[in-house]
Design a protein around this ligand. Structure first.
Ligand code: MN
Length: 129
């Protein structure tokens, strides 16, 4: 039984491996990308339920990639959750304005990551105003 498909976009290999381990252990099917370009290429191949989007990426950043996802009708149902090391006042607004459905602060809490992803998956896309 699959808990859903998650595409993890993360350029740090340690963070990527940890998130993959935690989500697979919880029953999710995981795909990976280490840049925005790889993320967009993956989304051409397969549409996940949730994209976990690191904001700080080499090249195009996670907010820019999220805007591209949100501009793509075939990806309308994909839930995008930002992974951000700077979840401070102002950043939250920028993250939501880019089209993310929410964010998970980094470093991720290993005991909570899978549960948070499951909650976002079940909650689905935010209603856009
Ligand atoms: Mn990063």
């Amino acid at each position: 039984m699959s808990g859903g498909k998650v595409l993890i976009v993360e350029d740090n290999p340690v963070n990527l491996r940890l998130a993959q381990f935690l989500l697979e252990k919880a029953g999710f099917t995981v795909a990976k990308a280490t840049s925005g370009a790889e993320c967009l290429a993956q989304l051409e191949l397969d549409i996940p339920d949730v994209v976990l989007m690191d904001i700080q990426l080499p090249g195009e950043d996670g907010l820019s990639i999220t805007r591209k996802i949100r501009a793509t009708p075939r990806l309308a149902a994909v839930v995008v959750v930002a992974l951000t090391a700077h979840a401070m006042a102002g950043d939250r607004e920028k993250i939501l304005a880019a089209g993310c459905d929410g964010y998970i602060p980094k470093p991720v809490d290993p005991g909570r990551l899978a549960g948070e992803v499951r909650r976002y998956l079940h909650q689905g896309r935010l209603k856009s105003a």
